[in-house]
Write a protein that binds this ligand. Structure first.
Ligand code: PLP
Length: 459
């Protein structure tokens, strides 16, 4: 029962259908743009002269391509037109006002009729919040981005907006961020939404599910946590699009530096910006990127859900983004050097990291990532108590959940997130008592290495 277009398109009115189809096409077009073309697409610096000719205004001269390092610093600010900010300050001001005033009734009418832009009210948008949105759009090669109060808020708003209650069908994977998985399993299913779980790399089952029913949206993390499994995003997008299903990837563990799911064919990419994007373990935030048509549907729900990020948290996110490329590059290097060392250490049984040639996910990861991130997991040749001795002997990392910040963190999943759960529950999630997860920060590799080696001696 092959279908040629999305179930969402099938149910829409003719006008809506044309709009959705246009959105599909335009999102493809955007993903094909070079960073340079993208800057112009995302942040037009255009002026219309008297003859109606649109010409580029005084945009700064740039090289043919702009790198992610430069985009992280300048997109949405010096590069691009941040019309809301009439300032010569080098850094974006924190606009703390919750509402925006109109000069007259005519001015208000001009806004209502779309002849002039205003942010109107803080829950709908804010000039400071627009900056990280534009930066993330540039980095993800997206037409549009919504920055939200948390990663979970981004995920829930996306699912509520794109999957119709009573008719929708979400397919997700057995290994995926636990709160998102629980929300899909326990809450969406109560809204008359069909939920199917498939194994991350079981493409045959995914194909069968797509063939047998109208799937609205496929949702997964890539890479996953804590086993760093990767899904072939291009292949999944191809399979899903043939059957009219949308693809949403939680790319948090990759960061926008290491992986760009939209360029691989995904329709939506979400991040917990709490992690690599903000990067300092000091702000909770989330983001959703994709075509303007899809993001505006999510934006409408976001306005009702009230998941607006505060301007202060948005400023912290901008500040984090400026150094993201440097941080992630260091975290990539530290992790890769560490797993190569640990893989051959006699007290380590197994290492999970997609950057390792021995990883079953290496080929997929290598084809779609430019770095493999700062999270590694491994199983120690010992039991629960031996691993506790190892963790307690570490001097640099904090024992804490979360990832992606400047400080290295270590967690022992059997104690941190699975304490008190049955062996069965742990086995179902692939959590052994001897599994340890590190999120490397930006400390010096040699210091982290020496610390881990001395702690392994204490087992
Ligand atoms: C942390 C995390 C989330 C949730 O993000 P919050 O900002 O904590 O709401 C979602 N997905 C992944 C992969 C995460 O690591």
């Amino acid at each position: 029962m092959a279908r040629s277009s999305s179930p969402l398109v099938n149910k829409a009115s003719p006008t809506e259908q044309r709009r959705l189809l246009r959105a599909r096409r335009s999102s493809k077009r955007v993903t094909a743009l070079s960073p340079e073309a993208l800057l112009d697409a995302t942040f037009p610096v255009l002026q219309q002269d008297d003859a109606g000719v649109v010409a580029a205004a005084t945009a700064p001269k740039r090289d043919a391509t702009v790198s992610d390092e430069t985009l992280a610093v300048h997109a949405g600010e010096k590069m691009g037109k941040n019309g809301a900010m009439d300032t010569d300050s080098i850094v974006t001001p924190i606009v703390s006002g919750t509402t925006h005033w109109f000069k007259s009734s005519d001015d208000l009418i001009a806004f209502r009729e779309g002849r002039r832009h205003s942010f109107e009210y803080g829950r709908y948008g804010n000039p400071t919040v627009k900056v990280p949105e534009d930066k993330i759009s540039a980095l993800e090669r997206a037409e549009s981005t919504l920055v939200t109060s948390s990663g979970m808020n981004a995920i829930v708003a996306t699912l509520l907006a794109l999957v119709p209650p009573g008719a929708g069908h979400v397919v997700t994977t057995t290994e995926c961020y636990s709160e998102a998985r629980t929300f899909i399993r326990d809450k969406l299913s109560k809204m008359g939404i069909k939920v199917t779980f498939v194994e991350l790399n079981d493409m045959e089952t995914l194909k069968a599910v797509l063939d047998q029913s109208d799937v609205t949206l496929f949702y997964t993390d890539c890479p996953t946590n804590p086993h760093l499994k990767c899904i072939d995003i291009k292949l999944v997008a191809d399979l899903c699009h043939r059957r009219g299903a949308l693809v949403c990837i939680d790319s948090t563990l990759a960061s926008p530096i290491n992986q760009k799911p939209l360029t691989l064919g995904a329709d939506i990419v979400v991040h917990s910006a709490t992690k690599y994007i903000a990067g300092h373990h000091d702000v909770i935030a989330g983001c959703i990127s994709g075509s303007e048509a899809l993001i505006s549907r999510i934006r409408a729900w976001h306005h009702d859900l009230g998941g607006a990020i505060s301007p202060d948290a948005a400023y912290m996110t901008i500040r984090g983004l400026k150094t993201m490329a440097l941080r992630v590059e260091t975290q990539n290097q530290t992790s890769l050097r560490m797993v190569r060392l640990l893989e051959n250490h006699p007290k380590i049984e197994r290492v999970y990291y997609p950057g390792l040639l021995s990883s079953p996910w290496h080929d997929i990861a290598n084809s779609q990532m430019t770095g493999f991130g700062g999270v590694i997991s491994f199983e120690v040749a010992s039991d629960l108590h031996g691993v506790m001795r190892f963790v307690d002997a570490l001097e640099i990392p904090f024992i804490a959940t979360s990832l992606g910040g400047c400080e290295s963190l270590v967690q022992h999943p059997a104690v941190m997130s699975f304490w008190g759960q049955s062996d069965d529950e742990k086995a179902k999630n692939g959590i052994k008592d001897n599994l340890v997860r590190f999120s490397f920060g930006i400390e010096k590799f040699e210091d982290l290495r020496d610390d881990i080696i001395q702690a392994l001696e204490k087992i």
